[in-house]
Design a protein around this ligand. Structure first.
Ligand code: FMN
Length: 331
């Protein structure tokens, strides 16, 4: 009997297949289907800093206008009596998931400022979140903000949260740091229990008729997993925290490679949006068959067996590979 269990953020998971934040994890009915198909944990869609800030401004404006006796003032909608904030809804959903599902539930916050996140983190912990993923989706577009400043924001945010909450915190990062390996090390030192590598940035498009910028979301493809696999291989032996591989994990082969280089779990999103929640069962079966055929008894036994230190040819993972790749091109 092959043992697929894995440890992630101190949680004992049945297997390494974890649906990441998406509309599929945002509804109890599909979350149940994911659990039935074999998902070992679920990451809720993110609670966005912008939405909370917007609501707070609406509320402040409302209170202010009441103080002035100016109920119908300005252009905003009055707040209804049974007003439930986005955070209230999120906490309610979390509690509902906790009472209806048996697998761990990971809450997700998306934002960069420290304002308010500490209180929100405490509430998520109280509502039963088993861990917290921070998705710092930050585009460093201001030329006067240095790389150091950007990194300091991540560390400050993490430090603040770590001081106030006890559940494990993991950071979902982009690959766009001057030294991604050093950044991960700094996050470990600041108390992160894990990292999710890597966030996908969505690139806005331009409508050539209206000349307006328009949002553009495309699901990933399997090729994108190679960036993640390479970086996990490079850093696995230098950090002592959990690693989730995210972005482009579509086939069981992609997932097996991520585990071989040292990932503890893989996130699944696009593949489930394309194929439906039941696809997890197929992936699980294929991974089990591969382990059997290659004489591994467990995921723990194969995890990290070709990370940088253990790879047969470690420099293939680094720069020297570049020249060979370019020279290998033939028309
Ligand atoms: C429709 C959609 C909604 C998403 N919502 C969130 C979200 O709320 N928070 C988050 O951190 N990531 C979100 N993601 C990103 C995914 O969780 C995942 O990291 C990304 O799609 C890469 O994984 P994949 O290649 O398996 O799709 C979303 C992705 C999609 C396609």
């Amino acid at each position: 009997m092959i043992n697929l269990s894995t440890e992630y953020l101190g949680l004992k998971l049945d297997n390494p297949l974890v649906p990441s934040s998406s509309p599929l994890t945002g509804e109890l009915s599909s979350a149940k289907k994911l659990e039935d198909a074999g998902a070992s944990a679920i990451i809720l869609p993110s609670l966005f800093e912008e939405s909370i800030e917007f609501e707070q401004k609406q509320l402040e404006q409302f209170v202010h206008s009441q103080a002035l006796g100016n109920y119908e003032a300005q252009s905003f909608q009055p707040i209804p009596d049974e007003y439930e904030s986005e955070l209230d809804n999120y906490l309610e959903r979390l509690q509902q998931y906790k009472s209806s599902l048996d697998i761990p539930i990971i809450a997700s916050l998306n934002g960069i400022s420290t304002n308010g996140w500490v209180d929100t983190g405490k509430e998520l912990q109280q509502a039963g979140a088993d861990a917290l993923e921070l998705n710092v989706y930050y585009i460093a577009a201001d030329p006067v903000v240095s790389g150091e400043d950007v990194e300091a924001r991540y560390i400050t945010l993490l430090n603040d949260l770590r001081q106030h909450i006890d559940i494990p915190v993991t950071m979902k990062l982009s690959s766009q740091f001057s030294s991604v390996a050093n950044m991960i090390l700094k996050l470990q030192q600041a108390g992160a229990q894990g990292v999710s590598l890597f966030n996908r940035f969505y690139q806005p498009d331009i409508d050539l008729e209206t000349l307006k910028v328009k949002p553009h979301l495309e699901l990933s493809n399997s090729n994108e997993s190679l960036l993640r696999i390479r970086w996990i291989a490079l850093i696995r032996d230098y950090v002592n925290i959990s690693i989730a591989a995210t972005g482009g994990f579509h086939h069981s082969d992609d997932i097996i490679k991520a585990l071989l280089v040292g990932a503890d779990i893989t996130h699944l999103c696009s593949v489930l949006l394309k194929n439906g929640p039941r696809h997890i069962a197929t992936l699980k079966e294929e991974i089990t068959n591969w382990l059997e055929e290659h004489e591994y008894n467990s995921i723990e036994q194969m995890k990290g067996s070709i990370s940088k230190e253990s790879a047969i040819n470690p420099e293939e993972l680094e720069h020297s590979n570049y020249m060979h790749v370019i020279k290998s091109y033939s028309r």
